[in-house]
Design a protein around this ligand. Structure first.
Ligand SMILES: Nc1ncnc2c1ncn2[C@@H]1O[C@H](COP(=O)(O)OP(=O)(O)O)[C@@H](O)[C@H]1O
Ligand SMILES: [Mg+2]
Length: 260
């Protein structure tokens, strides 16, 4: 009998996530059609596409938060239904910062929640755990704010704390859903620099859903363009020479593909 890997034929070395022929509907609304996507170790992938094109839905399917209705999702070589090493995967959902804004917890406590989620009972935090929390806060440059209440931080600072929570288990891949929505341009720039650092220095694969097509210019090495179907998936350079993409982006094409 053929193994799942052979059947799918898409698993090559370094592929962390493989999405194969995935379709998804909310009731009668068909949202994703025939999605094939491979995410490789070390990638910094941007998933772009218009509002309502299915970006968040695709992320939630990969993360097991929505069912695989049709097709396959393979995580680290294992079918999603049998996958259990969730600490390898970090996730910052859309609008994480807003929902947490009034939560009466300190930055360090918010980050600890990321550790507790993978612990079995008893859920104590030991010295090692506290060090993990501090190191996650350091990596996002928020160690000075560890005792600060999350609600007292700016939107950009809150977003960093939510990233610290997502990386506290030292994941191999980090998914972010529109992390810079509502953040000013300068903060965005520092934010992308931080993601670059996580990607290059800490070897974390980054998958970011974004509206900010300008980010493609400087930071990412792969682009996936979604509009119900995956209309494009490839490297930054292929993206820039693709006719499909020129058509979709229209006036924005120059902006995206002109590297500074
Ligand atoms: N829970 C839901 N129930 C029904 N329809 C939904 C639900 N979530 C999203 N949708 C619809 O599915 C489509 C894709 O949504 P989404 O994946 O959130 O798109 P994006 O993240 O690209 O903006 C949209 O038309 C949206 O209205
Ligand atoms: Mg979305």
């Amino acid at each position: 009998m053929k193994t799942l890997r052979e059947v799918l034929g898409v698993i090559t070395d370094g592929v962390q996530v493989a999405v194969k022929k995935v379709d998804f509907s909310y009731g009668a609304t068909h949202v994703l059609i025939d999605i094939d996507l491979a995410i490789t170790q070390g990638d910094f992938l941007a998933i772009i596409g218009p509002n309502g094109s299915g970006k968040s839905t695709l992320l939630k399917i990969i993360l097991g938060l929505l069912p695989v209705q049709q097709g396959n999702v393979i995580l680290f070589g294992q079918e999603l239904a049998r996958f259990s090493q969730w600490s390898k995967i970090g996730y910052v959902p859309q609008k994480a910062a807003h929902s947490g804004a009034f939560f009466p917890a300190s930055a360090a406590e918010v980050v600890s929640m990321g550790l507790l989620s993978t612990k079995k009972f008893p859920k104590f935090l030991g010295r090692q755990d506290k060090e993990s929390v501090e190191s996650a806060l350091e990596r996002v440059n928020m160690e000075a704010f560890k005792t600060r209440r999350i609600g007292e931080l700016s939107g950009g600072q809150q977003q960093r704390v939510f990233i610290a929570r997502a990386i506290v288990n030292e994941p191999e891949i980090l998914f972010l859903d529109e992390p810079t929505a509502g953040v000013d341009a300068e903060t965005q720039q520092r934010f992308y620099d931080m993601l670059d650092m996580l990607n290059k220095d800490h070897n974390i694969t980054i998958v970011m859903v974004t509206h900010d097509v300008g980010v493609v210019t400087k930071h990412v090495n792969k682009v996936a363009c979604l509009n119900q179907r995956l209309v494009f998936h490839g490297t930054h350079d292929e993206f820039c020479s693709s006719a499909v993409v020129q058509d979709i982006l229209k006036g924005e094409h120059h902006l995206v593909c002109h590297r500074h």
